[in-house]
Design a protein around this ligand. Sequence first.
Ligand code: NAD
Length: 400
Amino acid sequence: MIVEPKIRGFICTTSHPDGCAKHVADQIAVVKERGPIENGPKRVLVIGSSTGYGLSSRIAAAFGCGASTIGVFFEKEGSERRTGTAGWYNSAAFEKEAKDAGLYARSFNGDAYSDEMKATVIEAIKADLGQVDCVVYSLASPRRNHPRNGETYKSVLKPIGQTYTNKNLNTTTQVVDEVTIEPANQDEIDQTIAVMGGEDWEMWMDALKDAGVLAEGVKTVAYSYIGPEVTWPIYTNGTIGAAKEDLEKSQRALDEKLADLGGKAWVSVNKALVTQASSAIPVVPLYISLLYKVMKAKGTHEDTIEQMDRLFRDRLYGKADPQPDEAGRIRVDDWEMTDDVQAAVDKVWNEVNTENLKELADVEGYESSFLRLFGFGLEGVDYSADTDPATPVPSLESAD
Ligand code: NAD
């Protein structure tokens, strides 16, 4: 099949198997180029391992630390007639590369929020690795079926307390318009916390601990975002921010629960980057386009792989301390949040409009990053050649 991008709003409904494989290979090359990560974990579970920050975490763990990895994700397999999701092809490529490098890799496709998935993964850890030294929690989902009360919760991206109006980039038409979002009601806030807050992270860690599969000194990390004041009403002070506050509460609870193992839970605040999750947030794509321009000019731009490499290499497993902020969070958004970067973005934020968009913002960079998420626009891939949409994830195939 010849596969082309089909973009519908902030999602691309097709993905390219070979392009995704190249995207994974490029990320592996970044980590290898930087050399081995000394003192890194050797057995790592990544929940949400198929795209974005979770995929890059898995790559940094495997190809930086030499770790065996178990990955959990929710993706669609391709068929003869239809492409699968990018995360499916990423995971297929990751496993192949890991095998070639002599690294153990096993994947599970299904609902990470369920008790069944937790039990299945625990059995796999027991059978194959004994225990894990590191658990990365990187889920981003619009909904969660609660395993205990049977409710389905939906997350919303809304401000809290007041209507929010700001500039917005329509990434399809490249028009800078305005978006107005009405505030969430209490039920929407609660549902967003139920989906993106810390309860499921705690459920995973409780289940893993009860099963005795967490090693002495285990570390666990979940990801958050803070960003600049222009996005606070829709992010930090909005429904998703309320969920991230809940995640931090879970981090503190997990610290106590892991103390007898000498373990530690972290929240890492990461940089704003184009991922499937972030492209759905109003206002954020415009901010990211302006940010990319400023950070690329300064030479401090990073993508998810550079971020996760730095997290593992310098903060979680580095020789120096992880440099937590006053709230105890790791900050790999530090380069995004420097005063000069923020002042530069702030200035162009006020000036940007449809006419000067291409001059002030890195729209091309945004667009190419977005397409790369789905395996399009990668160098060295022959997009006119036939590709096999039914590419399997090896460990899932052998499980059938
Ligand atoms: P993403 O959409 O690229 O990845 C989400 C992952 O979760 C995928 O692997 C997907 O398969 C998996 N997933 C979703 N629902 C699932 C389910 N029910 N069961 C199993 N797996 C499921 O998102 P991302 O941007 O990498 O986000 C990961 C984390 O990083 C989130 O907590 C997000 O808030 C945080 N973060 C993102 C940014 C950003 O700019 N993208 C910045 C800072 C922090």
